[in-house]
Design a protein around this ligand. Sequence first.
Ligand SMILES: Nc1ncnc2c1ncn2[C@@H]1O[C@H](COP(=O)(O)OP(=O)(O)OP(=O)(O)O)[C@@H](O)[C@H]1O
Length: 845
Amino acid sequence: MANRLKADKAEKKKPAKSDSFKPEKEAQVTVKQLVKDERTHKIAGAFSILISLFLFIAFASYLFTWKEDQDKVFRGAAILLPAEDVKTTNLLGNLGAYMSHLFFYKGFGAASFMFCSLFFVMGVNALLGAKIFNLWRNVRYVIVSLLFFSVVFAFVFRGGAFAWGGAVGNMGSDWLVRMIGSVGTAALLLLGGLAYVIWRFNPVFKAPTLAKKTPEPVKEVVPAVVIKEEKETPVVKPVGNKLKDGLGVLKKTPIADPEEEPMDLQLVEKDGEEEEEPWDEEMEEVEEEEEEEEVPVEAPLVTGKNGRKKPDPAQLELEIKSYPEVDQPPIPVEESKVEPVISQEPYDPSLELRDYKFPSLELLELHGSERIIQDPQELETNKNQIINTLKNYDIEIQKISATVGPTVTLYEIVPAAGVRISRIKNLEDDIALSLAALGIRIIAPIPGKGTVGIEVPNVKKTVVSMRSMLSSEKFQNNSFSLPIAIGKKIDNENFIVDLTTMPHLLMAGATGQGKSVGLNAILVSLLYKKHPSQIKLVLVDPKKVELSLYRHIETHFLAKLPGEDEAIITDTKKVIHTLNALCIEMDNRYDLLKEAGARNIREYNEKFIKRKLNPQKGHQFLPFIVLVVDEFADLIMTAGKEVEMPIARLAQLARAVGIHLIIATQRPSVNIITGTIKANFPVRIAFKVSSKIDSRTILDAGGAEQLIGKGDMLISYNGEITRLQCAFVDTPEVDSICDFIGTQEGYPQAFFLPEYVDEKQFEGKELDLEDRDTLFESAARMIVTSQMGSTSLLQRRMKLGYNRAGRLMDQLEAAGIVGPSQGSKARDVLVKTEADLEMLLNDIG
Ligand SMILES: Nc1ncnc2c1ncn2[C@@H]1O[C@H](COP(=O)(O)OP(=O)(O)OP(=O)(O)O)[C@@H](O)[C@H]1O
């Protein structure tokens, strides 16, 4: 330390004789050391403050006593000598009178008060050992003010007896009057003063708008609330629109998609408006300066004149009406007025990767002809066989129709009057046996139809290419938050749904039946529709090969634990950590939502985009997180409850905060797909499984054992079981998509999940400052900068679990940075400035 001036070396050299009992000797202290010593600084600081006070009192007193003392102080410094018997009336005696005379009369007049402020600033900085005030700025101000005001005072009070401007002021004023005359001097000084005020405060000069009629919403925008809101977030200005619309380039969905989109499998929903909506706006940051705080208020007017960004009135009105409730809670009236301003400058989460290009459909292949092959011969044979078989069981048919799908054909039968459908259901196995064909599934009755369905595999099957699914109208123009193209139904309708409405997905199937292809289809759908800022994937792949292709997109789309090399998790221990980290992320997100008064991620992000949430308080745009586990059985076998519990917790609660799970398993037995898991995964997919029991475990119904493999699947969705042919995307296609994305500029690193620390590691450990948490210093800085001793703030900002954040807080308390816990209230922050903190951190080393 600088203030430790005892010389250790000199002491060491001394023999341990009688000398050792002597007190330590003062070492030679050089002037340089003395000047650097902090005690010297403190003394100088205190002295400087004292001078400032002294001058202030003396000057103030001088204002009243100058007349009486003037003839005495004219005698000069002699009045300070002991021999002189002179007594002045200044409150601070002869010295006070003399100094005031010096500063006022011979110096700068009343402007001399500026010296008090200068000494005060220097004193405070030196005494506290921190740059509380910017010294050079103050010196500049003082010099300019001394010169300016002394001249102004001298000019204004010309001819007065009191030295308002002092010698310097008089000199300046006289010179100016000689040069440009009195009027010129007055004008010049006025201009000088005005120029300073304009430069410093940049006031708004408004020409009276007599004839102009400003549109109402813009006029309403001025209330104080707007200024306050915009103050908290950096102001950004949209300057362009980059939405691409050409062939082969997919349109993006808006970030704040409606989460509760009703699922209608029959209707292809098109949202024409979406194509026109600007999405990816280039934005440029405007420097945040106190003086420019009014810019947001003026912004709509200014940008309104800019041809590119001027919203037409209809659009404005639409925006106001579209979010009436979101703005309600705090101050309904003001908020609705605020709306038009904010919506003009929304936050753009894609800004950081504004040049990101979505993969084009050219990267996908068409696997064979997309045309469904209808073989009339085959249809006729099957029809006859069905009729004959049923006749054998005394079941008469009224009508039979066929729908040819990509893999199977559905024969729909209307039984003759009097035939009970339950009878056909009971004969299901016998009929299947008689038809002697693989993959027959009988649906009796077809829900909502009162007919019986018999699905018979086609001899020639059609591969459903991912490309045809993604180029479909339904995929391109939907308003789903997380659209996934799964496959084609028997009637050739594309099965495209919103993952957020599922909200989680369980997938099972024996080996080689199409699970991995199914997972790829889902992931590819998401990659085609989502910007890297909108979604993050957590990939768990115990088999180590299935998902490894996605490592190329790590910095774009993957999330991982801090400090991990690999983003794709293959190790069971790390899976447990990751799942727990996701639970922490979920809890943190719930805190954010609560604070924002939002019910789900959609509302939250909407508010964030509209800049209604302050990033300083830990708010940020929340991307969706999709956890994909390929081979869940392996994990459950090795880690059991440790995996099951966090998965169940996430499945129960994570939907509202935008975390969705997709879990695949080869072994759909009851000890793997437990009741807890099943209860929380309402949507389940079954590829071909080896037994009816397995089928029941997944779907609560048989049938999956009769599928024919190669992506033939059943999905239990909304209480209905539908047969689909899964979309096919081959490994090279996935590879080229990942390559295409991977070669583009990504974020500096993968998205970090909160750090999860196994509490067992800390058990029994004493709180020891020597053994501080690695995040101690960053936590200390964050707490001191924000001056909020809140554990939940630490949790959110640093993405920590409650326990770790709590431990950090205890360590900060032990280090004297925050005060003791005060229950639900935030702790007091004892260190007030960053400089103090740096000193403290240095001290505790
Ligand atoms: N939707 C599909 N359309 C056409 N063929 C498919 C489809 N899905 C899978 N296949 C065929 O089945 C093969 C095996 O599929 P996949 O690798 O997805 O099986 P899996 O269930 O993941 O197997 P494992 O559990 O052993 O990894 C694929 O290589 C492909 O030839």
